[in-house]
Design a protein around this ligand. Structure first.
Ligand code: ADP
Ligand code: MG
Length: 870
């Protein structure tokens, strides 16, 4: 360091404090990056890389971005998973002795964003802090800095923690630097392997430290007062999140008003596999919202509502009362169509108050932001008026939560002009009448403009130079410009200021006095406006809690209206919720497939599940019949109902489930290096270990990933286990293409057979999509194989094997697959395939033929062609 220039020494010293961030080093109008940071950033940002001391032995690579347009560059670096440390000049360069003092004023990290450029409007952006507690307990605290949401819970076991973490889907995860990734349980390691992981020192994860930090932030006296007395691991996770936030953003966070403590049992539990399989918030194939349940239900008008709906679907409820409250509200909104439209019209005009609140609290809101807040608030009185007559308990309480914030609206209305400029430093933000001194300065500056015109006319008259002009220039200020040809008429009191190619510029005593007054006023105006703006912003920030509550109410209202809109358009019904073990659905449909309108009309189906007679529905039927669709539809209907939504059915009675498990065939995890079968078995094992009498299980084609014998045996044993084990006696939908399993119903009283109705017609199979009692007689696999052009011998042999299987394969307990009328395997006869295939081709050709459109000549040609084929 010693041989470096003083500036470079300062740089290296500051950089050493932020080794894992790209340091934006402010130099005049630029942020410069040096050394490795420059190499990385220039590559990611695609900007020119140059170097200092070019040609000398110690070149220093560097690159830079203009400070006034740095945001998109910062956003791009964040997008690529980096952190950006912003280092500013913290003293006036004019007053600095030697090198200007510089300091890092904030570090922007992916998990701690308020920058609009880096946020997607309808998604939360979470930082998740994980802490290891006693035994296998994990603390889990998550925070969206942009909205102020802060939650904490504790989970038993790494798998549960990983599941919760996956559901939260954080942008960044914070861990103690004392935790080695390699020592963590596999579930967590797998989760963390795909995330941006940041570290905080081990001492941050201490109880005392966390307690004092959290109590300080939330004005509480103790961990108990925060509701965290019995959650030590949650407490330290929350403390660590707050520590990390303070360390990096280095700003006040008045919009984070409280921390919500929750327990996993407050919500319908959905493990990560089930969330994926049911495509709740994202599709399995592409991870997109479009095509998921969320995509299908989202008709929200605000970003706040869109984010809230995602939360409701991610965390459906289990409490009867809260679910009923939501459903009643949706029902009333559904019936009041006109009123719903009026409310929606208001909501559409309301900005993202949660995020505005965040930016205001963290002093990064602009004049435009405050004005957007004002314009949104202006909608509230009318919105509340519309809301007032509604009866449903939840809607009624919303009317109390949504505060029209009239004082804040009036403050902005009085203080901020209607369309303020983007910049905060160049004036033009504060409205007239807000501050007397400002008005006076503006009058001086304004009056000055008229003064110049008058002075110009006066000087023209005095000198007789008709082309004389008064000019203004940033460096030289005001001057009187006279062209060379008129210099002879310049009076004696003109003082020369500047010489141009064909003119001279002068100043007079009068103009000089004016200049001092006006320029002074303008500078003063900018400073004063900025100060006044900050004052207003702080006054608004002091009301963060009220804005937050209002935003919360609006988000809920938006979601309820969205659910009502969808319910109305798609003809959903209000599910009847209760605490029994009955799930009774009449004419249920799959919400997403139904909405896709694929040409085929969606065929509705009934479902009855309960604990006494219909515990396990064993659904057999050929491939492509609609088994998977049917089972998912039942799971989705339960989930939707518990989230507070109406459901795609004619009638539905839902005994609330505590967990939904699904085991659905998918090959999506091959990338993680586990075989499909292994994964399938792991998922099934999790289900059997965790399911209880209130759970709902969807088992789709379990055992498919292995040989038939293994597969049938495993599927059989699993079904028996679910039926026979009292602790695991869950309501279950069990689809299988092994029709052997239909025999289970004979020996197990709560297993019922169902199949998908199929009609054979003209050598074709037609799927009727109707689920009917009974087992599938056969799978039509062989028929499909024949249609595909398999040689006849193969088809015949397959039929033979099938007959063997069907005739007591399992009763005798010995495999009979190999039994054959033919004793020896034969070499395939060469002529059969030739003959068969010719015949097939002939048949095919004839089949394709359309006699109606054939001309006599074409008919003759065709005959000739067929003859040659034979
Ligand atoms: P399986 O699991 O029996 O192989 P799927 O559930 O995957 O069958 O369904 C096959 C196709 O049939 C799907 O692409 C789906 O669009 C369609 N389908 C399923 N159920 C219905 C239904 N009730 N009405 C209309 N189309 C359906
Ligand atoms: Mg299927």
């Amino acid at each position: 360091m010693a041989d470096q220039t003083p500036m470079m020494r300062q740089y290296l010293e500051i950089k050493s404090g932020y080794p894992d961030a790209i340091l934006f080093f402010r130099m005049g109008d630029f942020y410069e990056m040096f050394l490795d940071d420059a190499l990385t950033a220039s590559r990611i940002l695609d900007i020119a890389l140059t170097s200092r001391n070019k040609g000398s032995g110690d070149e220093i690579p560097f690159c830079g971005v203009p400070f006034h347009s740095a945001s998109p560059y910062i956003a791009k670096l964040i997008e690529s998973g980096r952190k950006v440390a912003i280092c500013e000049q913290v003293e006036d360069p004019k007053q600095a002795k030697g090198i200007v003092r510089r300091e890092v004023v904030k570090v922007v990290t992916p998990g701690l964003l308020i920058e609009t450029e880096s946020l997607s409007p309808d998604e939360n952006n979470y930082l998740l802090a994980l802490s290891q507690g006693a035994g296998t307990t994990w603390g889990c605290a998550w925070l969206d800095l942009s909205t102020g949401e802060f939650r904490v819970t504790e989970l038993a076991g790494a798998a549960a923690a990983a599941g919760e973490a996956a559901c939260i889907a954080p942008r960044e995860v914070l861990l103690a630097d004392t935790l080695e990734l390699d020592d963590l349980p596999a579930d967590l390691r797998a989760f963390l392997g795909e995330r941006i992981v940041s570290r905080a020192p081990g001492w941050v994860f201490e109880r005392d430290y966390a307690t004092s930090l959290l109590c300080g932030q939330f004005g509480a006296a103790s961990a108990e007062a925060l509701g965290l007395g019995a959650m030590p691991a949650g407490l330290v996770a929350a403390g660590a999140a707050l520590y990390y936030l303070r360390e990096n953003r280095k700003s006040a966070i008045p919009h984070i008003r409280d921390i919500k403590v929750y327990e996993r049992t407050e919500h319908l539990a959905l493990d990560p596999a089930t969330r994926r399989n049911l495509e709740i918030t994202a599709t399995m194939a592409e991870g997109k919202k479009a095509g998921s349940l969320l995509g299908c239900l989202d008709r929200t008008a605000t970003a706040m509502g869109a984010r809230r709906l995602k939360q409701w679907l991610s965390y459906p409820l289990v409490g009867l009362e809260p679910i009923r409250r939501r459903l009643e509200a949706v029902e009333e909104l559904l019936e009041a169509a006109d009123l719903r439209e009026e409310l929606t019209a208001h909501l559409r005009e309301i900005a993202d108050l949660e995020r505005l609140n965040g930016r205001i609290g963290m002093a990064s809101a602009s004049g435009r932001d405050l004005r957007a807040l004002h314009d949104s608030l202006r909608r509230l009185p009318q919105l509340l008026e519309r809301l007032a007559p509604l009866q449903a308990g939840l809607l009624h309480s919303l009317a109390g939560t949504i505060d029209p914030l009239d004082d804040i609206r009036a403050l902005v209305e009085r203080g901020i002009v209607e369309s303020p400029p983007f910049s905060l430093r160049e004036g033009g933000i504060i409205a007239t009448g807000h501050n007397a001194e400002l008005d006076e300065l503006r009058a001086i500056s304004h009056e000055g403009k008229g003064f110049i015109a008058r002075l110009e006319a006066q000087e023209k008259a005095r000198t007789g130079i008709s082309t004389l002009k008064i000019r203004y220039n940033r460096v030289f200020g005001y001057s009187i410009e006279v062209t060379k040809s008129n210099l002879g008429s310049v009076p004696a009191d003109y003082i020369r200021r500047q010489t141009l190619a064909n003119a001279e510029r002068f100043i007079t005593e009068e103009l000089k006095n004016y200049e001092e007054k006006v320029l002074g006023a303008e500078e003063r105006i900018c400073d004063l406006e900025y100060a006044l703006f900050q004052e207003i912003r702080e006054q608004v920030a002091a009301q963060a809690e009220r804005i937050c509550r209002t935003a919360d109410g609006l988000a809920v209202l938006d979601v309820l209206i969205s659910l009502a809109i969808v319910a109305g358009e798609r003809n959903y019904c209000k599910p009847q919720m209760d605490d029994t073990d009955v799930i009774d659905i009449r004419d249920g449909r799959h919400p997403v497939i139904e909405a896709m309108k694929l040409g085929e009309r969606f065929v509705p189906n009934d479902t009855r599940l309960d604990a006494d007679e219909n515990q396990i529905l064993m659904i057999t039927g050929p491939n492509m019949a609609g088994k998977s669709t049917y089972m998912r539809q039942v799971a989705l209907i339960c989930l939707m109902a518990q989230a507070g939504s109406f459901v795609p059915a004619a009638e539905a009675r839902i005994g609330i489930a505590d967990r939904i498990f699904t085991r659905v065939g998918a090959g999506d995890n091959l990338a993680r290096g586990q075989s499909t079968f292994m994964l399938e078995m792991m998922e099934a094992a999790t289900i059997l270990r965790n399911a209880g009498p209130r759970s709902l299980i969807v088992m789709d084609e379990i055992g498919r990933g292995t040989s038939t014998f293994d597969g049938v045996s495993i599927a059989w044993a699993v079904a028996e286990y679910i039926h026979d084990t009292p602790g695991c006696r869950a309501r279950t939908l069990f689809a299988t293409h092994y029709h052997e399993l239909t025999e289970l119903a004979a020996t197990r009283e709560r297993i019922k057979n169902f199949t998908v109705a199929v009609r054979e017609w003209n050598d074709q199979v037609i799927f009727l999509r109707t689920i009917i009692p009974g087992g599938a007689s056969h799978s039509y696999g062989i028929q499909v194989a024949r249609l595909a052009g398999m040689p006849a011998d193969v088809i015949e042999r397959a039929k033979e094997i099938l007959r063997n299987l069907e005739h007591g394969e399992f009763e005798e307990g010995a495999p009979r697959l190999a039994k054959s009328k033919k004793s020896q395997p034969q070499a395939p006869s060469p002529q059969f395939s030739l003959f068969e295939s010719t015949e097939d081709q002939l048949r095919l050709r004839l089949k394709k033929l359309s006699i109606a459109t054939l001309t006599p000549l074409e008919a003759l040609n065709l005959l000739d062609e067929l003859k040659r084929m034979v």
